[in-house]
Design a protein around this ligand. Structure first.
Ligand SMILES: Cc1cc2nc3c(=O)[nH]c(=O)nc-3n(C[C@H](O)[C@H](O)[C@H](O)COP(=O)(O)O)c2cc1C
Length: 210
């Protein structure tokens, strides 16, 4: 009986854990590694920058942030056009994602260098990356100079998703995306699912009688 109650409250068995203080830094992991497209308007050519410092920040309105160092070519593009697209790559675009984070749009045409396909977006003027399964079009609402990085806070104005990520009922099945994760300086493919959102409190479905 006690065992059952523990399971319902997600209680874990405690084992001794030793902790050490470590210097403060960006150790949050895993994070996504995304391909942000920008440019294609106001005299800027289309460009791609790899970004790991990104995250959802608000549900209504839907908003996300990206943090970009001012010395990046993409920084001034986003600062002036106030638009970008977060293209979420799959493991198939891992090499392109890394390369776009190694070279600058000042010297390279990154669409030509990767073979990735720029396609018109729905609501913004910069292109989406066709091969990436998820494209999130963003309109910058605020930019915050934080120190080493400028954080662009942006509203999501359109989303495009590869139809392979939708099920027969049109529901989003992001687990089919084969997305990349970035942790401790390395790229990873996502592993096995441990349960759906809310699985810790879900009642077990009664077995259907035959
Ligand atoms: C995995 C990865 C993550 C990165 N994350 C960021 C980031 O969050 N912010 C940033 O300013 N630069 C980041 N960079 C570095 C830029 O992508 C890189 O300097 C790029 O060449 C800049 O391109 P640009 O000059 O064409 O804008 C990252 C690079 C890699 C490989």
């Amino acid at each position: 009986m006690i065992q059952k109650k523990q399971r319902e409250r997600a209680t874990i068995k405690h084992e001794p854990i030793e902790k050490k203080s470590f210097k403060p830094g960006n150790v949050l992991a895993p994070v996504p590694a995304v391909l942000v497209s920008c440019g294609g308007a106001a005299g800027w050519k289309p460009n791609l920058i790899t970004i790991a410092w990104t995250g959802s920040v608000c549900s209504d309105p839907p908003m996300l942030s990206i943090s970009v160092r001012p010395e990046r070519y993409s920084h001034d593009i986003i600062q002036t056009t106030k638009e970008f697209v977060v293209n979420v790559p799959s493991i198939r675009q891992a090499k392109a994602t890394d390369w776009c984070g190694m070279v600058s749009g000042r010297n390279e045409d990154k669409f030509a260098g990767t073979g990735l396909t720029p396609e018109p977006a729905l609501k913004v003027q910069c292109p989406i990356v066709m091969e990436c399964p998820l494209n999130i079009e963003c309109s910058v609402q605020q930019s915050l100079k934080l120190g080493s990085h400028t954080m662009f806070l942006a509203e999501v104005v359109a989303v495009q998703v590869s139809s392979a990520l939708l099920d027969a009922k049109g529901r989003l099945r992001l687990e089919k995306g084969g997305f990349l994760a970035f942790a401790v300086g390395q790229y990873f493919a996502l592993g096995r699912s441990l349960g759906r959102f809310g699985f810790s409190v879900q009642k077990r479905k009664k077995k259907l009688r035959r």
